[in-house]
Every structure is written in C-alpha cells, then in structure tokens.
Design a binder for this molecule. Structure first.
Ligand SMILES: Cc1cc2nc3c(=O)[nH]c(=O)nc-3n(C[C@H](O)[C@H](O)[C@H](O)COP(=O)(O)OP(=O)(O)OC[C@H]3O[C@@H](n4cnc5c(N)ncnc54)[C@H](O)[C@@H]3O)c2cc1C
Length: 521
C-alpha cells in the first residue's frame, strides 16, 4: 500500500469539492482531492445548467437568492468561458397566482436582484413560441452554465497551483485517533490498489453521498435527498431561460443549453444517492407544465431524460418537511462543534451557482483551524481555460468549415455533436488510463445529440481500443449504451421511438453488443 500526506484532503469531485480544492490551492495549502468516478459524475453533471439570477428563490429562500445574485456577477467574470448569457424571463401564465408577480418583484428589488418588467409584445418578439396568454413578464440575469467545462477549468486551476486531483479514487474508511481523524484508506479503482493518506483536515464534499462519509467517521449528518427529473427536448425551443412567476414547484423552468432545451424539474424524496429511476408521471408532468409556457411543446421531440439528487440539509426541527420545502442555502458543519470530532468538516447543500462562495467559507474555516492567515482570492482570479480543449459546438463548426484536410484526425466520429477523431484521441491522451466512454461523453458530448449514440459509440469504442494503454472493456460499451437507453426509454414514442429502434438494431442485431439474453443470432 502506498502512502501520501497532505494538509487538506477533499472527498468528492463535484462543484463543491473542486471549488474548495481550488480555493485552498490558491491560498498555498497542500491539497489532495479524491473522486470515486470522473469529475462531474454526481449531481454537478446532472442538473439544468442554470446560472441562477436569484429570482427563483426571491420569496421562498432569500438567503439563497442573495447568494445566487452575487455569485452570478462573480462567475460571469471569473468563468466567462463556461457561461452563455441567455438572459432569463419570469412569466405569469393564466394558471399562476395573480398576486405573486407584485410580491415577487418587490422581493427582487429588496434583495438587489435586477428585474425589469416588459410588455407582452416585447416578450413575444424575443421568444415567439411563448404562450400569448402570459399576463406579466420580467427580464432577469439568468444564464446557462456548462458544468463540465467549469469542472475541467477547476481541475486545471487546482493542478496549476500544486494541488493533486485523483480520479477513480474512493474513500473506503477513515482512522480516528482519539477525537481526531488522522488517516484515510483509499482504493484506486483503475488498478485495485490501495492508498493510505494522512491529512491535517478532512473535508466531506461528497454531495448526496455525504452521509456515508460522516457514518465512516462516526459523526452525524442530517441529510435529506431529493430526486429531480429533467427532460431534454431535441431543439432549442427558446433562447432565453424561461421561469414561471409562481412559488417554486414541479416543471416550472426551461433552460436552453447548447442545442437543446431542458425542462425541469420534479422533487421526489429518495433514500439513496443512486435512486435515479424516472417515473412516467414525472415526464408527463414536465411536458404538461412545459406546454403551458410553450403551447405545442408536447408535440416536439423529447430527446432523453435523466435525474439528479439534491443533497439538502434537514435540521431536526424540519424533520417532516418535504424536500421541495427545504432551504437551498448551503451549510458548513464543523464536526468538532456538532460531534466533538476534530479535523473534519462537511460542506453540503447550496447550488452549483454558489459553489465558489461555499468554498470561500469552507476554506476560511480550514485556515482558522490550521492557523494560516491567507485571504480568499477566487472572486477575482479568472479560472484557467484552454481554448477549444473540450466542448464548444460553435468552435467545432468553425473548424469544420475551414478545414480542407483529409487527415484521419479530421474524420467526424459523432455527427450530432461534430466530434472528430482527433478530439477523441486528444481527450484519451489527456485523461489517461481508465477513461471510459462515459468520461468521453462528459468531455466531448459524445452520444448526447439527437441520435443518442446511434453511430458514435462503437466508433469511439474502436478508437479507444487503438489508443489506450489499458483498453476499455466491452462492458464499458454495454454500460454506456444501457445508460443512453435508460434515458430514452421514458420518452420512447414518435420519432424518438423510431430512433431508438434504429439504434437497437445496430447494437443488438448487427453488433450483438447486448447482454447474452438480448442478442439475436
Ligand atoms: C435536478 C437538479 C437540478 C439542479 N439544477 C441546478 C441548476 O440549474 N443550477 C444550479 O446552480 N444548481 C442546480 N442544482 C444543484 C446543484 O447541481 C448541486 O447543488 C451541486 O451540483 C452539488 O454539487 P456537489 O459537489 O455538492 O455534489 P456532487 O456533484 O454530487 O459531487 C459529489 C461527488 O462526491 C463523490 N463521492 C461520493 N462518495 C465518494 C467517496 N467515498 N470517495 C470519493 N468520492 C466520492 C461522487 O462521486 C460525486 O462526484 C440542481 C440539482 C438537481 C438535483
């Protein structure tokens, strides 16, 4: 077993953990982050991609609203390359409470959240497909944010400042010495080796898995899990984020992201971080509510569904509250205060939009504990950005238009997302051993377009076989296709069903790439 030591060990490579490791590295701390899978595999890669203006929580959760508004302004400066400035609108449909817009508007003014009322004609000029029976509409500063790009930039920011990011490394157990955590036992899942890591401070940023980590340490964490289902429509039906002007509830938002529009979300209490199954009623409800905003939406083509799990702090006094009614504000728990356990901090809740602020507060506490006097600089330090490193559809289109070469690297492998062979080879080289098709999907959007991996999965798999020193297993291809199928199945009707049947024939009938029981001779 190899061993390492560090000042700060961060458990979890979602936005929260990456933000903490970046802030700590910028302040000169020695930091190691471990992630059991790939970055952005947890909730941070399973949401709408909305950079909140704060409007959504202006009445229900003013602390979160204020945090979102101020972080929105900061992220536009330090992570501009991950943000598309779509703008946002709050609209009141005939189904919404008539007194809400005035109360909401005055809460926004009170919280310093920019909001401006516009006329119906100005609204329809901007978004012609919206319901003409909308009675009130307000412009806000919502935007869409690419969490995979953000995660890549954070990893680079950590590494540029001497921090270490270990992917496919899972925390298995922790050792206590009296009232202090001293050592972590970690498995390297790519080669089944173990690592022992001693640290001065252990930071639990494991999102929906955070309770498993506190259980390992013998500490308590009042955590509730809320599953949210989302539906991606195959087109960009709106160019602006559209919110219903009513108390937050199911199916009240549409976010344009890249080439698609994302409808969200439900909020169903679940017990496990892996409870990602989608119920038919959730899809029906999201389409019905979406139809109120965009009449005819039901007849558009849904591309796929997925779900993410919200880790929500549920103090004892809120023991019976529904997950929808729990506050979205983040919590930093010093387990020395709550459990008498030194050297251990949990950071949970919040939004992707507020990850930087959560990290700032967590690292302030870390510095206090380590008696280090270093101020936070993340609010004014732009995140590193390697131009065109991974995903940007516009840059890919531009490249394709201007290239006249017939080089093998310029062959298009994924027609939907314009991923070229050279992009895949570059990503494989960059991400190293253990990379699987799902990691490439997060890096390059392989399989995320309208054909949902109909053609690109087997081509990408073949390229991985040629280029990787540890070739990916056929099981990896099966898992990848299964995940695509799981997301399409709840919306399998009309042209989506035709596409699904087409892909099924390629993979199961032609390539026999399914479980034995499903293969045909
Ligand atoms: C449906 C839905 C929609 C949302 N929409 C938005 C939105 O539009 N805008 C917004 O700002 N916020 C949104 N959010 C909230 C936001 O996504 C979350 O607040 C944020 O992503 C949480 O990040 P995290 O890092 O805390 O958790 P995660 O991203 O889940 O990261 C935790 C990580 O810990 C790792 N881990 C767990 N156990 C171990 C272990 N033993 N060893 C090593 N690693 C481990 C996991 O693999 C995981 O990657 C949404 C949430 C949901 C559920």
């Amino acid at each position: 077993m190899s061993s390492l030591s560090t000042q700060v060990l961060v458990i979890g490579g979602g936005a929260t953990g990456l933000g903490i490791a970046w802030d700590a590295a910028l302040r000169g701390l020695k930091v190691v982050l471990i992630e059991q899978s790939d970055i952005g595999q947890g909730t941070s890669g399973r949401h709408h991609g909305l950079l909140h203006s704060g409007g959504r929580y202006a009445l229900s959760d003013p602390v979160s609203a204020r945090d979102c508004a101020s972080e929105n302004r900061i992220l536009r400066k330090i992570a501009a390359h991950t943000i598309e400035d779509t703008g946002g609108i709050f609209v009141a449909t005939p189904a919404d409470p008539v007194d809400y817009p005035d109360r909401w508007f005055s809460a926004c003014s009170h919280l310093n959240i920019p909001a401006e009322e516009i006329s119906l004609s100005a609204l329809l000029e901007r978004e012609p497909l919206l319901n003409p029976r909308i009675s009130r509409s307000f412009l806000v500063q919502d935007a869409s944010i690419d969490s995979f790009d953000l995660a890549h930039s954070l990893v680079k920011g950590i590494q540029d400042h001497g921090g270490v990011v270990l992917l496919r490394h899972r925390l298995e157990s922790v050792t206590r010495h009296q009232d202090c955590l001293v050592e972590a036992k970690i498995s390297d899942l790519s080669n089944v080796e173990s690592l022992s890591l001693s640290a001065n401070l252990f930071i639990n940023a494991a999102g929906p898995w955070a309770k498993t980590i506190t259980n390992m340490a013998g500490a308590e964490l009042p955590l509730a899990l809320g599953k949210g289902t989302l539906v991606a429509m195959s087109h960009r039906l709106v160019n602006t984020v559209v919110n219903r002007c009513k108390p937050p509830s199911d199916g009240d938002i549409i976010v344009p992201v890249g080439t698609v529009s994302i409808l969200g979300t439900t909020d169903v209490p679940v017990k496990e971080p892996t409870s990602l199954d989608i119920e038919p009623w959730e899809v029906d409800l999201l389409l019905a509510e979406g139809d109120l905003l965009l009449p005819g939406l039901r007849d558009s083509r849904p591309l796929r569904t997925w779900a993410g799990i919200r880790p929500l702090y549920r103090p004892v006094e809120n023991g019976d509250a529904q997950t929808r009614n729990l506050l979205r504000a983040h919590v930093i728990l010093d387990h020395e205060e709550t459990d008498g356990l030194q050297c251990f901090i949990s950071v949970i809740g919040g939004k992707l939009t507020t990850f930087r602020l959560m990290a700032e507060e967590a690292v302030d506490l870390i510095c206090d504990k380590l008696e280090i006097d270093q101020k936070c600089s993340t609010a004014s330090t732009p995140l590193p950005h390697e131009t065109g490193q991974f995903y940007s559809l516009t840059s890919r289109l531009e490249k394709l238009e201007h290239q006249h070469s017939h080089a093998i690297a310029d062959q298009v492998v994924c027609e939907c997302e314009l991923v070229m062979r050279g992009d895949i080879e570059f990503a494989l080289e960059k991400t190293g051993s253990g990379t699987d098709l799902d990691d490439l999907r997060r890096d390059l959007r392989i399989g995320m377009g309208p054909c949902q991996a109909g053609f690109c999965a087997y081509r990408t798999y073949a390229i991985s076989l040629e280029h990787s020193s540890s070739p990916p297993s056929l099981k990896g291809l099966h898992n990848f296709l299964y995940e695509r199928w799981r997301g399409i199945r709840p919306v399998a009707w009309g042209s989506t069903l035709q596409q699904m049947e087409f892909s099924r024939r390629i993979y199961l009938d032609l390539l026999a790439a399914g479980p034995e029981s499903e293969n045909r001779s």
